[in-house]
Ligand binder design. Sequence first.
Ligand code: GLY
Length: 445
Amino acid sequence: MAEDLTVVIIEAGGRGHAISEAWEAHPDVKKIIVTPGNEGIAYNRNKEVIIDKRGNLKDPDSILDVVRSHIGHRRHHIIDVAQDDAIAAGTVNKLRVAGYNAFGPTKEQSWIEADKGKSRDFMRRHQIPHPEYRVFDSDKDAIEYVRRIYRNDPAKAVYVKASGLAQGKGALFAGNLEEAIDRIYAMKTFGISGSRFVIEDALSGEEFSSFALVNGSDYLFLGNANDNKLSQDDDKGEQTGGMGGNSPAMVTMGIEDAIDAGLFKKAIRGMNDEGYSYQGILYAGGILVGKEPWAIEYNARWGDPEAQLVLPSLLNYPHLVIDAMNGNLKKSISLKDKKSRVGVVGVSKGYPGDYSSVRGREIYGIKEAASMPNVRFYSAGISMRDGKFYADGGRLLMVVGEGSNVLEARGRAYDAMSRISVEGDNLHYRRDIGRRDAERLLAGQ
Ligand code: GLY
């Protein structure tokens, strides 16, 4: 008889909620702990889900303490290390040294995301299509560089990107020389993460996020989605951690083989050739340049909000992760449903700027929205008291509508979101998530 499994998920937000839901579907899983999590994740679950706020994502010792306190020395249980800071801080290393079954990339494998300069150099070495770039650790050299490139081409657009982790907000767009210099100075706001930075040509094209489960040289493509990163409709406003998306992303349809060959195969082979036998989720952030997928970046984890859109489609995900951990991925097949999903993120008004006045305000309508058919609810920044929901972060929640196509899914997501509000009219969400693909569907493209 299979032993009961406890799964500890190292994550805080909506992505952790989606990962916990995926593990919940495994028949052997009896208990799930999410650390540090947020209280809304435990709402209305089928199995026991415990939120343990003691885990500090940047402190692997604190995670080890939490893991020990819940599973003691019962080493067959699984720890899914899903969050970028925790991965880069070496949480997987720490847990494995202590004898635990940890899933995710080690510190040594995390550079593919956590050092964007090194990651771009890797792409260059392995002929992965990427934009022109230069890596800097001095403002003076960087400013000289942008002066030179704008002298040659005043119409150029660039991204200035913090080389280290910046909660998805470290890529700043500049459309002229003045903005480029401003963005170079802005790197200081990212602290140590911005002390080294990359300046690269801004590509124009449609973006997508693709995901694979990797164990050494074996990997399995899991799916793709798109993410809308700017705070306002029509891709205006400020860079956020993600305002919603849809899956599958139409831009990827018909080019799955090119994404596999150009972005996954080359990267995974390259990492193995260079001695990094990667284990975990590999996230290829891509852009379609003409008909060719180019790499914007790689991440060493699921995307957020993409996890909430792709994971529900994966019918045997926990089995696949266990196969990867046991070295059996080569024989595995990913079972998927054929649904379309559109997910809309609800944020505190003011986010990604100052939203402190919203913290502690009551959130209404979640019970109604979450119980609607073909709707999933994910909690990102919610605290709970006496069965009520309260704002406890910038990104608060996400509702995902499911349907046989993007139009149906989108209608359901927005219907659900229309039931939700935050005390004092403090909820903000974009109204155009999934619109482009819905229009394409209507136009028969
Ligand atoms: N969706 C962007 C990210 O997770 O980094």
